[in-house]
Design a protein around this ligand. Structure first.
Ligand code: SF4
Length: 229
């Protein structure tokens, strides 16, 4: 008698051989030379400005954010001022960043949280940062790195993709990827990981067609020369 249910075919394995800390370090040292200044391109003068700029940068280029933040911060230079802002005025100021209604709500709410719970200052720990409205682990890691010079690894789409292809992680979950990267690379490099992998991901290890022939770490990469992600 025929069975009603059959096992679905197993998907092809998407895993890569996992790198060792030693091998990952060799690769990262090459990337560090190729991308010597991997800091954020967002322009900011203090942690508050960076936090707001990072929230605005969702689905938007850093250059575009940099074009609106001077006007925004001229009018609302502190969390206290922004927490009392009129939404239509803020919407007009940040309009060109896209999703301006949601982003306006998010930055005013974040400013309110800062005023209500942190005396208007941006806190300097992961737990406090992620407790703020509109702040996830990725944004918090960027703030810790760039505003406070603390070790953290922000995992975005480029970091996830490049790490996976390099065999630095076998996960697609940002928190697990962050944990895998922290086990592989020494703490003094964590602050460089996000910027370095973003630059490599944008320039060489592109999402659709990675330029493996031009990649200086192809010899060490388990996904070269053919990559399917
Ligand atoms: S060899 Fe290809 S897949 Fe590997 S890191 Fe370089 S561009 Fe990406």
């Amino acid at each position: 008698m025929a069975t009603l249910f059959t096992e679905p075919p197993k998907p092809p394995s998407l895993t890569r051989p996992m790198a060792t800390p030693k091998k990952a370090l060799v690769v990262f040292e090459i990337l560090k030379k190729d991308y010597p200044n991997p800091r954020t391109e967002l322009v900011f003068e203090d942690p508050f400005q960076l936090l707001i700029a990072v929230i605005l940068s969702a689905q938007c280029t850093d250059a575009r954010v940099n074009s609106v933040t001077p006007g925004l911060f001229a009018q609302y230079p502190t969390a206290e001022k922004l927490s009392n802002a009129s939404a239509p005025v803020v919407e007009k100021l940040i309009h060109s960043c896209g999703f301006y209604k949601n982003k306006t709500k998010a930055i005013i709410q974040t400013a309110k949280s800062l005023v209500e719970r942190f005396e208007g200052k941006v806190p300097g720990t992961m737990d406090e940062l992620v407790s703020l409205a509109g702040v996830g682990r990725k944004t918090a890691s960027v703030i810790l790195n760039q505003a406070f010079d603390l070790p953290a690894i922000a995992v975005d789409t480029h970091v996830a993709r490049v790490s996976f292809r390099l065999g630095w992680t076998q996960s697609k979950n940002p928190l697990k990827i962050e944990q895998d990267l922290k086990k592989l690379l020494p703490e003094d490099l964590w602050a460089l990981v996000n910027g370095t992998l973003i630059l490599h991901g944008r320039k060489i290890c592109k999402a659709r067609k990675p330029l493996c022939a031009d990649c200086r770490i192809a010899k060490q990469c388990p996904s070269a020369p053919k990559t399917k992600l």
